[in-house]
Design a protein around this ligand. Structure first.
Ligand code: SAH
Length: 290
């Protein structure tokens, strides 16, 4: 009694849609993800949404310590039973969006590997939360909706390239590993799935003078995708201290033609423009003007 189907039957588990529950059934895919995560006996692993523990077991066998986070209290009980034989596993009952990865890193004195077949309804806040913990995360290997993976790995001039691509790629290298057919899950998701690996860089692609400002700039540049960059910047509230000439000067100084669309800018170009504008805002010239 240990295939995923058997566990679902044994515990009479009724998957809860609201919690994004879609369990992996395919043993080959489970193995493939566990291998893709490149875990060694030195590693501290946090698994997101451990569910009925099918991936958890493979991860536990490979790692030094595994913390499995699961929100559904019923499944926490299943996990406790299924993983009772492992002394390197902790089951944490709670929300991954509130879970403090920093504290895990301090307790075990190392960088964390994050893995999971995650609930798709929280993928965006989850990815941005991982970004905030980047100093203590080595990498993350996640099953996500295929479109989300495409967005995160997208390069300029691609229709999937947008705010998440730029914000994540400034700090991490992103790689799509493989697609996973809907038939590998129970219940079958209505969307396609793929596995993503993100590896946080030791330092950002370029040094940013102000990260919050960088984020705002990227969002502004994509506010209306089909507009020229200069027009999106003109419409951005936080840049209202700039005249059009001021914006054009900053663009020229960054080596960027304002007639381009935001979606054509590389991650480095966004960084450069953000730094130039930030310096302008903080320069004496602007201080006396305001
Ligand atoms: N990893 C398992 C289950 C994937 S389904 C498998 O591959 O079979 C997603 C899991 O995430 C479910 O078990 C669901 O209960 C859990 N979950 C949903 N929202 C969560 C949250 N905010 N924090 C932690 N776990 C969550």
């Amino acid at each position: 009694m240990c295939t995923p189907k058997d566990i679902i039957k044994q515990y009479d588990i009724k998957p809860r849609k609201k919690l994004g529950q879609s369990f992996l059934l395919d043993q080959n895919i489970i193995k493939k993800i566990a291998t893709a995560a490149r875990i060694t006996q030195e590693d501290i692993v946090v698994e997101i949404g451990a569910g009925i523990g099918v991936l958890t077991k493979s991860l536990a066998q490979k790692s030094r310590k595994l913390i499995a986070v699961e929100l559904d209290k019923n499944l926490v009980e299943v996990l406790k039973e299924k993983l009772a034989g492992f002394d390197n596993v902790d089951i944490h009952s709670g929300d991954i969006l509130k879970f403090d990865i920093n504290s895990i890193s301090s307790i075990y004195n190392g960088k964390i590997k994050v893995i999971g077949n995650v609930p798709y309804n929280i993928s965006s806040p989850l990815i941005f939360r991982l970004l905030t913990f980047r100093s203590v995360i080595a990498d993350f290997t996640l099953m996500l909706q295929k479109e989300v993976v495409q967005r995160l790995v997208a390069v300029p001039d691609n229709k999937s390239y947008g705010v998440p691509s730029v914000l994540l790629q400034m700090f991490a290298s992103m790689e799509k590993l493989f697609d996973v057919p809907a038939g590998c899950f129970h219940p079958q998701p209505k969307v396609e799935s793929a596995v993503l690996r993100g590896t946080f860089l030791n330092k950002p692609l370029m040094e940013l003078l102000n990260e919050t400002f960088f984020t705002r700039l990227v969002k502004a540049a994509f506010a209306q995708r089909r507009k020229m960059l200069i027009n999106n910047l003109k419409n951005a509230k936080f840049l209202e201290g700039f005249s059009e000439t001021g914006l054009n000067e900053a663009l020229a100084q960054s080596g960027i033609d304002g007639k381009r669309r935001g979606e054509t800018l590389s991650v480095e170009e966004f960084g450069k423009l953000s730094n130039v504008l930030w310096l302008d805002i903080n320069s004496e010239k602007n201080k006396t003007r305001s």
